[in-house]
Design a protein around this ligand. Structure first.
Ligand SMILES: [Cu+2]
Length: 137
């Protein structure tokens, strides 16, 4: 029985290693070719996000013209109310790459007047990496 367990352990390690090797970090171009601007239809960015999966180590690329838009990571409340918090840091230079490091929910919005209210905002769920998942088992 111990021998069987050992075989399973070796097998499992091999599977996990293979998964880790394949879990290459992705750069997600927010909104694809449309970029980061006021969408023509509400819910555009969340629809975009719903078709993708985001993992720690990935990055978001917000493609916008400096002076026309910006991007800020905000709290859930900030996202819901389209309001920046006092300590929120706005990235004013586009295109902007944001590296995703903490698993959980993340919220982004444009701080130009009225843009967030017209749904230039994005919510994503960031999954932990395979290795992080195993460590927590
Ligand atoms: Cu904007």
């Amino acid at each position: 029985m111990a021998y069987f367990n050992l075989i399973m352990l070796v097998f499992l390690s091999a599977v996990v290693s293979a998964m880790a090797l394949h879990a290459s970090n992705s750069l997600h171009m927010v909104g694809d070719d449309f970029g980061w601007r006021v969408p023509a239809s509400p819910g555009f960015y969340n629809e975009w996000a719903s078709k993708r999966s985001f993992t720690v180590g990935d990055a978001l690329l917000f493609n916008f013209t400096t002076g026309w838009h910006d991007v800020t990571e905000v709290s859930k409340e900030g996202y819901d109310q389209c309001k920046l918090g006092d300590s929120d840091k706005t990235i004013k230079d586009g295109p902007a790459t944001i590296h995703l490091t903490n698993a959980g929910d993340h919220y982004y919005m444009c701080s130009y007047k009225g843009h967030c209210l017209k749904d230039q905002k994005l919510a994503i769920h960031l999954a932990p990496t395979v290795n992080t998942t195993l460590r927590s088992l």
